[in-house]
Design a protein around this ligand. Structure first.
Ligand SMILES: Cc1cc2nc3c(=O)[nH]c(=O)nc-3n(C[C@H](O)[C@H](O)[C@H](O)COP(=O)(O)OP(=O)(O)OC[C@H]3O[C@@H](n4cnc5c(N)ncnc54)[C@H](O)[C@@H]3O)c2cc1C
Length: 315
């Protein structure tokens, strides 16, 4: 049986729920797993991991790990993999994992597979070409690194017993320092992040400017307590921020409800949201491809339909 290590992801101590989906995969593939949490002052975050079925919650807590700099994090992960004899290292698909995991894999000379949605007899199923191809991949070598799509693995229910926490000694002076943290600019938003949200309202080229996007897509999202998303058409035209983009080259999401507002349904957009449980689309073109995947469709002008929806929902 492999010995699995799940890298718990957090944003300034705020745990990413996708880490529990990664744990569910590790449990399936290896029968048991340890969590590894890296950061500075992450005691409370470690507590939040203790009822997720891990054998042990390993915590590397050091001021030098305050920011997720890939060179340092990869080194600590590689050291833990060697010291604990881990043979399967798992993280949820994310920008963080894309940055850190391949470096850690290279440090221990291990093979890696990304975007995994299934596992059978030692082979991994992964999504390719915007979801049009599912490849079955076998990795060579004793140690395997894997990132998994969180939508494919349901997080388990909290356990009654709490996992023990074990502290990992970090030799700060020995850490790789190829990169230096300069600053962090965070766009403050009261809205949830699209990768964590139950509902996403996403806007496309039908929205003519940033004010309309905020009023219609943002307004509908706020009425529903939802996250906002965007097609690449709006990102490219400077109407929405890059961080909102959903799709092949944006975020991959799988909420319970995705409301596409004036989005045509290009294959690259759908690659990022087609695992959604319920898709609703509003588009004035009845032939728009989004209606082929939508569970509910409304053929209407978004400038008329969305204000009416907001008004009715508020009532
Ligand atoms: C390599 C590559 C990667 C890409 N990655 C991504 C990605 O990650 N995410 C992504 O989104 N795209 C991506 N794209 C771009 C993608 O191909 C599409 O161009 C893009 O998704 C289109 O965005 P859209 O649906 O908003 O715009 P359009 O395709 O122009 O669709 C706009 C829709 O709005 C409807 N509409 C217009 N006005 C109204 C109105 N008043 N009321 C109601 N409906 C209206 C129209 O009928 C139309 O269906 C990628 C492309 C490439 C080549």
């Amino acid at each position: 049986m492999p010995h699995a290590l799940v890298i718990a992801e957090h944003d300034q101590g705020q745990l990413k729920l996708a880490s529990f989906a990664a744990a569910a995969f590790a449990q399936q593939a290896a029968g048991s797993f340890d969590f590894l949490l890296l950061g500075a002052g992450v005691g409370a975050t470690a507590e939040a991991l203790r009822k997720a079925g891990a054998k042990t919650v390993l915590v590397a807590d050091d001021a030098e790990l305050a920011q997720p700099l890939a060179d340092r994090y990869a080194q600590v992960i590689a050291d833990v993999v060697k010291a604990h004899g881990a043979t399967l290292v798992v993280a949820a698909v994310s920008t963080f994992a894309k940055d850190v995991l391949p470096r850690a894999a290279a440090l221990v000379d291990a093979a890696m597979v990304s975007d995994v949605i299934g596992w059978e007899n030692g082979a991994f199923r992964r999504v390719m070409f915007a979801g049009n191809v599912i490849a079955t991949v076998e990795l060579e070598g004793d140690i395997k690194f894997v990132t998994v799509r969180s939508a494919a693995f349901a997080a388990g229910a909290p356990t009654d017993t709490a996992s023990p926490v074990e502290s990992i000694a970090v030799e700060a002076g020995q850490l790789a320092k190829f990169s230096t943290f300069v600053s962090r600019e965070v766009k403050k938003s009261a809205r949830p992040d699209a990768t964590e949200a139950r509902i996403i309202v996403s806007g496309g080229r039908a929205l003519k400017n940033a004010e309309d996007f905020e009023r219609l897509v943002g307004g509908l999202a706020d009425t529903l307590g939802a996250a906002v998303g965007s097609s690449r058409a709006l990102v490219d035209s400077g109407i929405t921020a890059n961080s909102l983009q959903i799709g092949q080259t944006g975020k991959i999401v799988a909420p319970e409800l995705y409301i596409a507002v004036g989005i045509s349904g290009a294959i690259q957009h759908m690659a990022g949201m087609k695992d959604t449980k319920v898709i609703a689309a509003i588009n004035k073109d009845a032939e728009a491809p989004i209606f082929e995947v939508a569970d509910y469709g409304l053929v209407a002008d978004v400038y008329e339909a969305v204000p009416e929806m907001i008004q009715k929902l508020k009532k």
